[in-house]
Write a protein that binds this ligand. Structure first.
Ligand code: SF4
Length: 313
């Protein structure tokens, strides 16, 4: 992903002027084969818009996205069909992602037939194989989605995504609608499948606790910008940007002896229609100095495989 921007034009009734919502404001990152990038940010940070642009559901204002070195802009019909197969998505809400009127067998046959993955004589065997891969039984084939728990439905959503042998999956908050007890099972399943099938993941989340367990690299987004990016261990151990530090400090620690230092962010995320001048984080930053109000900091290397955008780093 190279210098990707998405601006939405709106009409401001008060000022009677055209304005731009800068949902994504020039972000870049790389995900290697079999690797997971955790993309973290609060609502309105631009992470979901980024996912939609990668899925080619939304055209970027500028910038580009490459899959295996090939731009996904201006694809012809055949290339677009191939892209739809290569990039899949697992949604946040397994309840809404499956057609309630279809059996699991039909739900899984649909992508197999659209992308001609196997011949129709092999549908049953392939459906059984997919169900086994995600920890479900072939006895489940003729059931409907309402007969499954949330975790099982998410397993079916994952089976649907891997059915077409994708190279890349966008996991859009895939466990946030599930019980905590089920979350780790789904995360483990995603990690196992990645290991076996060499799939790359973009793992979108609003907090760091889930990201910590699955990511090789992490990008922290704030108001359409990546403010910290790098090797996951380095970001968690040496989080440098004040926003990252606040996110890390608010993630629950499963150890009663350890306390986090509980940095509380003041105020709400500003509207993306009126992004503050200078560093977009400055109205909420306890470390802000004068320059932060008028000069935007850009990402720069602070360690090997680790970058942050802050005047004080
Ligand atoms: Fe805070 Fe200034 Fe750094 Fe922005 S540039 S994060 S306002 S210290």
């Amino acid at each position: 992903v190279v210098n990707l921007k998405k601006y939405f034009e709106i009409y401001d009734v008060k000022s009677k002027e055209k304005k731009y919502v800068k949902a994504v404001d020039g972000i870049s990152f790389t995900i290697n084969v079999g690797e997971t990038l955790g993309l973290v940010g609060e609502s309105g940070s631009g992470k979901t818009t980024t996912g939609k642009m990668i899925l080619n559901l939304m055209k970027p204002t500028s910038g580009d996205i490459f899959l295996e070195g090939k731009s996904i802009k201006n694809l012809n019909k055949k290339e677009m069909r191939s892209l739809r197969k290569d990039i899949q998505v697992v949604f946040q809400n397994p309840y809404a992602a499956l057609d309630p009127k279809m059996t699991i067998r039909d739900i899984l046959i649909e992508p197999l037939s659209i992308h001609k993955i196997v011949s129709k004589y092999e549908y049953n065997n392939e459906v059984k194989r997919l169900l086994n891969m995600v920890g479900l039984s072939e006895k489940d084939m003729n059931k409907f989605p309402y007969e499954f728990s949330g975790g099982q439905r998410q397993r079916i959503g994952i089976a649907k995504a891997i059915a077409v042998k994708p190279k890349f999956i966008i996991c859009d908050e895939p466990v946030s609608a599930l019980d905590v007890s089920v979350q780790s099972q789904i995360l483990n399943l995603l990690c196992e499948l990645q290991r076996d099938l060499k799939i790359s993941y973009l793992f979108i989340a609003h907090g760091l606790s889930v990201i910590r367990h699955v990511s090789d690299k992490v990008a922290i987004m704030y108001l359409g910008n990546i403010v910290e990016y790098g090797d996951a261990k380095s970001v968690f151990d040496y989080g440098a940007h004040p926003y990252t530090k606040a996110l890390i400090s608010s993630a629950p620690i499963p150890d009663p002896k350890r306390k986090n230092n509980g940095i509380i962010l003041k105020g709400e995320v500003p509207s993306p229609i009126n992004i503050p001048e200078g560093c977009p984080f400055h109205p909420r930053c306890k470390d802000a100095i004068e320059i932060c109000k008028n000069k935007k900091p850009f990402l720069r290397k602070i360690k090997e495989d680790h970058m942050a955008a802050c005047h004080l780093i």
